[in-house]
Design a binder for this molecule. Sequence first.
Ligand code: SDX
Length: 430
Amino acid sequence: MQKKNKTISLKTNSGSFELDVKEATVGPNVIDLKRLYSQTGLFTFDPSYSATASCESYITYIDGNEGILEYRGYPIEQLAELSTYLEVAYLLFNGELPSENSLEDFRANVKANMVIPQQTKKLFEGLDKDSHPMAMLTTAMASLSSIYHDEIDIKNHEDQKKFFFNVLGKTPILVASIFNHRNQTNIGQYHEELSYSENILSLFFGGNGEYKIDPVFAKALDILMILHADHEQNCSTSSVRLTGSSGTNPYASIAAGVAALWGPAHGGANEAVVKMFGEIGNKDNIPKYIAKAKDKNDRFRLMGFGHRVYKNFDPRATIIREECHKVLNAMENDDDPMFELAQELEQIALKDEYFIERNLYPNVDFYSGIIYQAMGIPKEMFTVMFALARTLGWATHWCEMQSQPSLKIGRPRQLYLGEQRRDYIAIDQR
Ligand code: SDX
């Protein structure tokens, strides 16, 4: 007996329509609207897509009310505690955890791509060292599409894999090149015996003489990379998908994701949070800034607070706050004034009716900058660090999308409120 599809009935002035309901493994089911317009002549209206599923995906699951984040079904808390970024990269791309041998092959594939072409190196000479690092990364990522283009068949699984390993290998080199271009220092070396995150620190800081990798920093960076790796259909991942749906070059699609992440409402928030802490200065000023955040006539928002999906704690913020304690404790800097200010601000906000009513909690960006700053990474580089980690999610979603036979170019419609005129008069008659 064939299982009957779940449906819902839609009653309109011109009759009643049955719309199919597609069932999720976990989380909300969806109303299949593919035939809504042809059946009813109606569009849906959801301008920020907050109740719209744009695709089918098997990669990441979020439950905003319960504060749940899972990569291929594994809770983020387990992965942050027990895994490594490279292993999470394998899991996100392949859908299963690796064996030691398959992880070694995966690492070798990434490593083989950790060289940037001469043309890209020269690109940085043309960029002002003080230009924003996200401007440099958007440019550098897009430049890869000028080098890797003709030989890519985006529907070929092997070409998709080649792109995935190439962008995962190149991005740390691009990011370390940007860090060193800003400082006018030399990029460090990759070392076989180091982990992915230890090598990022080596590439950043190891180009100018002796640099000893602090294992506490390396572990904290690896956890930050895991936590930032993917997050379902957020603004930048959706930008990669929509751009990629036209069949354009995959590196150009990733550049679109970098550009979207830069915004202060999205990944740019981590830099904005540290700027905000600097503006607040000390604990005595917190009430003034909480009042500004609540004042509808003031554009000021409490950066690092609130989330489109999480209406409970962002599980990543909880883990990062713990990591802050560990890093600052290891530096014997437990009373770091910025961390003290951040915790005080969090405590006050979470007791304030305005934030409680609106389910506003610290998000992934609230504490991350404190760790990056402790490592010697300046606030202008924070969003680049986010992009470094999220390139994994973007590339995984791009590959998943290109593998779906049902893929069509994304093309939303609109609610038109403009004029309609039929009285055109030539300019010389007006
Ligand atoms: C990321 O989508 C993802 O998954 C993103 C991300 C990922 O991993 O990819 O998680 C990464 O982008 C995290 C978010 C980083 N952004 C910030 O920290 C910037 C500060 N936060 C806000 O701008 C805001 O909370 C958003 C943009 C994150 C979410 O905004 P929404 O869902 O559009 O919420 P909203 O604007 O509809 O706000 C609802 C109410 C409003 O008040 P009322 O009109 O109901 O009176 O809450 C208020 C807002 O004014 N509000 C805030 C606030 N965030 C929301 N008020 C003060 N401070 C804030 N931070």
